[in-house]
Design a binder for this molecule. Structure first.
Ligand SMILES: CC(C)(COP(=O)(O)OP(=O)(O)OC[C@H]1O[C@@H](n2cnc3c(N)ncnc32)[C@H](O)[C@@H]1O)[C@@H](O)C(=O)NCCC(=O)NCCS
Ligand SMILES: Nc1ncnc2c1ncn2[C@@H]1O[C@H](COP(=O)(O)OP(=O)(O)OP(=O)(O)O)[C@@H](O)[C@H]1O
Length: 204
């Protein structure tokens, strides 16, 4: 007997909007999570499946001494240069998409949460997701949260935001929205509500 395709909720949001925080909350309800940022990281560790193509396209200076991707150097190269970002995307996105499908097919749970920062920008996910959820907060809050979390300067965060879909367009395209402009405890309540909705939808 063939396994029934799982119900998939695609989670998206701009940099620092709270995708990981939301994904952790869904996971705490027992929902399996497939995370494309993590898949991209796995592809670019030392010996990772994308490293040979990245070095061939960008040069050996983008690999650290241990053979893994120099993430800071690549960040500086691709955000602000659209052609270079597309070059990296062309190497990584087909592999990320294929691995996402493999992990979804192997998942067990009432439904699967698929986290994709570029869900609407990148083709190849529409047929996979029965429902889409955007996590949202004001742009100034995205910048503040990312600069507090990492060593990135506000300008670097804004350069990454420029490479992503504008907030309004993302909100217009998503089926559902979760507001993350308040506390983490109010986010937990909002996610619990959405989880309840998705259990009902997935069972229908
Ligand atoms: C450029 C890289 C090396 C920078 O690494 P770094 O550790 O600084 O960032 P990290 O991977 O944690 O990503 C942070 C956020 O940046 C944004 N982002 C990442 N890649 C992209 C991209 N190609 N275009 C627009 N935004 C992006 C997302 O909001 C993501 O959540 C890395 O982001 C990367 O390999 N990107 C290409 C893969 C990709 O497109 N990932 C997104 C999955 S759809
Ligand atoms: N409601 C909140 N209140 C306070 N801090 C928050 C809240 N939500 C998220 N954060 C913090 O803001 C930062 C960004 O959140 P998170 O990492 O979940 O975003 P993300 O969308 O996954 O980011 P990225 O696009 O970089 O992968 C983290 O340090 C997180 O702990």
């Amino acid at each position: 007997m063939t396994k029934k395709a799982p119900f998939v909720v695609g989670l998206t949001g701009g940099i620092g909007s709270g995708k990981s925080a939301v994904a952790d909350l869904f996971a705490s309800h027992g929902v399996p999570v497939v995370d494309t940022d993590q898949i991209a990281r796995d592809l670019t560790v030392a010996g990772g499946a994308a490293m040979a193509d990245i070095v061939a396209a960008f040069g050996p200076q983008f690999a650290l001494a241990d053979g893994s991707l120099d993430r800071a150097a690549m960040r500086a190269r691709v955000f602000g240069d659209e052609a270079e970002r597309q070059r990296l995307n062309a190497i990584l996105h087909p592999r990320i998409n294929a691995e996402s499908r493999r992990q979804i097919a192997a998942s067990c749970g009432p439904y699967v949460l698929l986290v994709v920062p570029l869900l609407f920008e990148t083709g190849g996910y529409a047929d996979l997701c029965q429902r889409t959820l955007a996590v949202d907060c004001p742009e100034w809050m995205q910048v503040a949260r990312v600069t507090a979390r990492s060593g990135l300067a506000a300008d670097q965060v804004r350069a990454i935001m420029t490479a992503q879909m504008p907030r309004d367009a993302r909100l217009a395209q998503a089926d559902d929205i979760v507001d993350n402009s308040g506390s983490l405890s109010s986010l937990a309540l909002a996610v619990a509500e959405k989880h309840h909705d998705y259990l009902t939808l997935a069972a229908a």
